[in-house]
Design a protein around this ligand. Structure first.
Ligand SMILES: [Ca+2]
Ligand SMILES: [Ca+2]
Length: 399
């Protein structure tokens, strides 16, 4: 009963606005392909893929350097961050789209800008959302995470109210890359995990006096979680969950509750790692790739003392984002990992075995452009965003 009342009080603005949309359902005056709906979702514009795939793709509009997407719990409305510092939303059911104000000031340069978006585990009650971004600090930058409350009205706008920084990279740097700053909540909703890239500085990933090149495990308010592997050793060691990691743009829990991170290698050596507390993944001491200059970095070996990747790529796949598939629409893919790739302009489909710390790439599907992020909709459809200016929002459904 309480849930019902809350739902009605939380989402009336969205529902009202949807009724005002010209593209809504049976009252839509036009019958073009883009306005038609299938199973309650806009059809979109068909997109031709470079080679046969077990799905068809349809575009649902373009965005300005989209970086991450997430589905609002309860409504299925898609919220997308745009790297220059803006956020948009799109309702697949009606085609309605709008903007979100209250965004932070971001350091938009190189790989930096607005990053991840995640809805709090208690979003239905709290309306709290989490964002990550690159922040200017003098001549340097750092990745930060903040949270605020999402408020939407009927005028196709939403606002993030009271956005407050709750976590930061403890060492700033002059380079404009390897922020990582992907966000995941533990399946029980108790913990906030953030991937913190090495900021192209390399050595800090082995130095626990900073939190670069690590995964951190935090309480929902950004404070270090109790029980972390280096608890009691001061800050920031007390927030570090794992280390020796490079630039983790793929970051997700599998359906069994294991956390995985997919990091960019240098010249070769992209790695998918099962993220375990206290483990050291070897960067920059070991890599199955080498430096961009061509100089050697010793490969991972059985006796190197570091945790080995479950799978690695040489040449690289250059991941943008990843999501474990949970849904009915692609039933055979249940529990498999889907990686949206920048460099190889593809989706890689991967089976994982956490107990054996192994994984296999079982298929790769080519796309016409670089892919930045991927997410699974409540109905089981797969959504991806293309990288760059006028990056398209694509919905994939079985062919
Ligand atoms: Ca490694
Ligand atoms: Ca090597």
């Amino acid at each position: 009963m309480r849930t019902t009342i809350l739902a009605a009080s939380i989402w009336p603005a969205i529902a009202l606005a949807s009724c005002n949309s010209a593209a809504t359902g049976d009252s839509a005056p036009t019958a073009t392909a883009s306005a038609a709906t299938t199973a309650g979702v806009q059809a979109g514009e068909p997109v031709e893929l470079p080679s046969p795939a077990p799905f068809t793709a349809a575009s649902h509009g373009t965005f300005d350097e989209p970086w991450a997407l997430a589905f609002e719990p309860g409504t299925g409305v898609i919220f997308l961050t745009e790297k220059p510092g803006t956020m948009a939303f799109y309702d697949p059911a009606t085609g309605r789209r709008g903007t979100v104000t209250g965004m932070p000031e971001v350091a938009y340069e190189g790989q930096g800008g607005l990053g991840a978006i995640a809805f709090a585990p208690d979003y239905a009650d709290s309306r709290t959302i989490y964002l990550s971004w690159a922040k200017q600090v003098g001549e340097d930058t750092k990745a930060v995470v903040g949270r605020g409350v999402l408020a939407c009205d009927a005028a196709d706008t939403c606002e993030v109210e009271g956005l407050t920084e709750i976590w930061e990279q403890t060492r700033t740097g002059p380079r404009r890359g390897h922020y990582s700053h992907r966000i995941q909540f533990s399946p029980d909703g108790q913990y906030l995990f953030v991937s913190s890239g090495d900021r192209q500085e390399q050595d800090p990933a082995q130095d626990l006096s900073n939190n670069l090149g690590t995964v951190v495990r935090l309480n929902l308010d950004g404070t270090p979680a109790a029980g972390n592997p280096f608890a009691g050793q001061g800050s920031p060691r007390d927030q570090i969950w794992s280390y020796g990691q490079r630039n983790m743009l793929g970051f997700d829990f599998d359906p069994q509750g294991n956390l995985w991170a997919l990091e960019h290698g240098p010249r070769g050596g992209d790695e998918l790692n099962l993220v375990l507390p206290g483990h050291n993944y070897g960067w920059p001491v070991r890599s199955n790739g080498d430096n961009y200059s061509g100089s050697d970095i010793p490969d991972h070996t059985e006796d190197d003392g570091f945790t080995k990747p479950a799978i690695w790529w040489n040449p690289v796949i250059a991941p943008g984002g990843m999501s474990f598939y949970t849904g009915d629409m692609f039933g055979d893919w249940q529990g498999q990992l889907l990686v949206a790739n920048l460099g190889t302009m593809s989706i890689a489909r991967i089976t994982t075995d956490a107990a054996a710390n192994s994984a296999d790439e079982v298929a790769r599907y080519q796309f016409p452009r670089r892919l930045r992020d991927i997410a699974v909709a409540p109905d089981g459809a797969i959504w991806v965003i293309e990288d760059g200016p006028e990056g398209r929002l694509l919905r994939l459904t079985p062919a």
